[in-house]
Structure formats: C-alpha cells, structure tokens
Write a protein that binds this ligand. Sequence first.
Ligand code: CDP
Length: 584
Amino acid sequence: EAEETNMKENGKLNISGNTRTVLERRYLRKALDGTLQETPEGLFRRVATHIAEAEGFYEDGLDPSAVADAFYGVMTDFRFLPNSPTLMNAGNELGQLAACFVLPVDDSLDGIFDAVKNAALIHKSGGGTGFSFSRLRAKDCRVGSTGGVASGPVSFMKIFNTATEQVKQGGTRRGANMAILRVDHPDVLEFIQCKSDNEALNNFNISVGVTDAFMQAVREGGDYDLIDPRNGETRGSLNAREVYETLIHQAWFNGDPGIIFLDRINRDNPTPALGEIESTNPCGEQPLLPMEACNLGSINLSKCVVTDGGKARIDFDSLKEIVWLAVRFLDDTIEMSRYPLDEIDQMVKGNRKIGLGVMGFADLLYMMGVPYNSDEAVGLAEKVMGFVQTEAHEASRHLAVSRGPFPNIGKSVFKGDENRAYRNATCTTIAPTGTLSILAGCSSGIEPVFALSYVRRVMDGDELLEVNPLFETMAKERGFYSKALMARIAETGTIAHMEEIPEDVRRVFVTAHDVSPEWHVRMQAAFQNHTDNAVSKTVNLPREATADDVQSIYDMAFDLCCKGVTIYRDGSKQNQVLSVAEKK
Ligand code: CDP
C-alpha cells in the first residue's frame, strides 16, 4: 500500500496514506462544519494559479497559465513544495504566505506589547516568529516613569508564551517562537535556566546569542563584560567558561537552550547598512532583520536520483530545472503574499529574501548506497548543495535582468558587483520540513532517517507498523523481509546490531542514533558552506552522553563555521517528541 503512494494516474493524483491524512487535517479548505471543500488537485491548482498571477505584474513576465501548469506539475510530482503557509493560504482570504518572521522587541511597555500583538497576527496566519529580547533592560533595573523595578526579559517572555497559547495558528497549528538573548545581557544566567521546568515557555525555542569575543574568552578562561542594553555601559562581568558550562549543562539536561553564533551570522548579513541581525525564526534556519519575513521552499532530493544500468546517480539536469522554477516560484510568492504589517511589507519587498532548500537527503543517500556517516556523504552534501546554491544564484540574477535587483541592493554587500546583481538578497535556507516531508513522503530536511521501522499509535488506540519504504523495498529485493523482523526493528528503530541482516545493508541504512554526533555536525557544516541563510539540524546524542560530549559538539560547530547548533540527548525531555515508538 505504501508503495508509489503519490504517483499520478491518468492525470489524477493518487494520494493515500500519510500524505492524504496530512492534507485533510492541515491543508485542504474546510467548511465550518469540517467538511472538505477542496481536493488535493484543487489545492495544488489553487496555489499554482495564485502564485503564477505575479507573472502578469512584469512587462516581460511569462504566460501566467503556462507558469501555473509548471508550478502545478512540480508540486504534484512532490519534487518541490513551498512552506506550509503558502499551501494553506495562497488564494485564500488570509493570503499570508511566509513561514518566518523576526519582530523587534523594544525596551518599553509599548514596544513589548506591540510585539505581542504583531506576533499574534502572524501566528494566526501560520507564520512563526523570532525575537531578540536583548534590548530589554535587565531585571531589577529602575523604571523611570513609575519608580518601580523592571521584571526583565524572561518575565516578559511568559506573556508572549501565553498569548501564543491562545492563538492557534490559522486554526490548524500553534504558533512557534524563538527567543534569543545575547550572552552579554545581564540576565543571561536566568535565561539559560528559563526552560528547565519543561512546561514553562513551552511555545518557545530558546537560544543564547554568543559572540566571537565570548568564545575566545571561553578558550582563554577569562572573564567577559555584561552590558546594560540601555546605554552600553558595563554592568559587571562573568567568567566565560562558567557561563559556557552552565549553558552546556542545561542543553545536556533537556535540549534547551541552543546556541547561535551572532558574529558568524552577521558576517553573512547581505544588508549590514540596514541593521544587525539579532534573531532567527523559530527553528533557527532563517536569520532575519527585525520586521523581516522570508518564504521557504524545499526540493525533494529523493526525486532527483535516477538509475542507469543498475547504478544510481543524481540527475543534475532535472535538479537544475527544479531550482530555476523554484526560485521563480518563491520570488513570485513575495509579490502575492499579504503581510500582516506595512513595515514588514516594506522590509520584505526591499530585500526580497527567499529560502530554497532541500529535503529527502537521507533518502538520496540510501538510494545511492552511501552511509550518512561517511566522507563520501559529506562530499555529496557539498556537491548537491553547492549546485543548488550556484543555480539558485544564477536564477535570481536572471530574474533581476527583467524584474530588477532587490531594491536595497545599493545598500547591500552586492553594490556595484555585476556578477551578483541578484533579485533576492538571499536565496537558500535548509528548513526542517517537518510537515512538508510527510506530504512528500521523504526524509525530513537533511536529517538522517529517524527509524527504519516504528509503531505509530493512531487515534482509536490501534497500533500500525510503519516501515521506511526504501528499506522495505530493498529488504524484499534482498530476500530478508518479514513482518516479524520489521516488528523487531521497531523496538529500537535501528538495524546496526542485527547480525542476520547483511553487513553492507547495515552500513548504508543507518539511522539518526547510529550516526555519531561528530558526523551530524560535519553534515550540518557541509550544507552551511553552501547556504546563504542557515541550516536546520538537530545533533542527536545517546542518552548516556555527557556534558563534555555536548561541549565538544558546540566547539566543533563553532570551529566548522556553523551558524548555530541544537542538540538533543535521547530521553531528556519529559514529553519527548521523537521517541522511536511514537514518532509522528
Ligand atoms: O514543513 P513545514 O513547511 O510545515 O515547516 P518546517 O519546515 O518544519 O518549519 C519551517 C518554519 O515554519 C519554522 O522554522 C517556523 O518558522 C515555521 N513553523 C511554525 O511557525 N509553526 C510550526 N508549528 C511549524 C513551523
């Protein structure tokens, strides 16, 4: 049943299994009483037609109906999908199409509550919001107008969290938030601990924004200054190594906080004259200026593998075609999206950032017989993403010829550089593709496959055995498939220890926990090398990993020029989202 679920038959989409469930639950238009008002074909036609309308805005734009057909084709082949808000809202009343926003939080009650309100509007439209709380005065600072004392960033975050809880995104998903605090903010220690009670701030991911100067102080064992955000004056100092160790211990304990490398991010800021980047979107892959938004899209790499004479290879010609079409799609999306605030509309249309990325990378490796934890896989990552990046830039430059470069280019690092006269200030981002990958039936983002087989609990209490389709096909071909074996694999998700399975199969069909943390980081760094924005990646650690292990991951991510790192130690969250037996 799971085989070839998404194949087209006689022009009609033949959709079943998880794809259908996700479409029905999350994406298809529904009447108030819950009855479905569109088919999957209708959804993709709605999205394609709406986005292609933008072609009509340009003097030498292409024929909108031909472009709509091309968009429809690439989406219904599940070769490319735009981020969820585009699928949900294109051509609908809300019309907000971007997944990622960053909002400023100014140091005043007005500023704070403006941000709460704007976040609520964004969540309603299916977008996620990131904030830097670094501008807020520290806890216990005097408040001039009342003579009282300030309650500090962490206490205000709770207001954002509660507001988020009350606004279910677009009626379908709850808003996601990112909170960043600079490591030199006086409240940094409170911030590091603020999620240690797992339920507090449950609608936030948190990350400490560290600087190169801090990392150097860690290495030298010295102190660093805490800075009062109101006036830039020094307000005491802390020992860098002690703060780093506290941060690492907390991340080891329950996954939060993550860490982002602010200087590394700002070295890639294409428009430093417009301001410093202080935050990313909720899952960390999209650094943005305050009031900036970005729409994402992902190419399914598992559809770019062809087999010639029994040997699998990447079809770069078809990949190139998809990249060019996807860049056009994402640029058109900017025109068609309705932004919840005028300031956001202006920022987005000034920089025109888009974030094209990939999903299904682990599937591609399975298909090519390359273990994720190998130099060969890291080399393939560099090659594939390097290609996507080069072609995306070329496609963006090509669009700029007829549509003009992004309006702020004169204030950007590309000023006067003919070879980089882009339509878009950034072109590439690696998203988590949490839902998109289920729709496309591929592995998510650039993550290794989580489990080759697992038990899914469905609503009525039944349990279903889900086997990775590539693994199932291969196991049948090689003659070792049996239901009993698949059930046994589901106990741990991995086959690494199963001697009855051929050695070469065990080497290639690795899962997240078979891949050592070092390989996770190396893979993230390989993709980051060829990505304008950032890379969403979780470095999985076994339950028995130590705080020292976490530290070496952080050090390595910094040394390999990642823009941030998120770790997760198995079992460290009470409500563990990704336990083998309960995934999805
Ligand atoms: O697969 P899908 O397009 O739904 O989303 P994703 O790639 O997993 O996440 C991309 C971005 O969408 C996140 O980084 C958030 O900015 C946003 N998002 C959100 O706001 N709320 C969610 N529940 C999931 C994603």
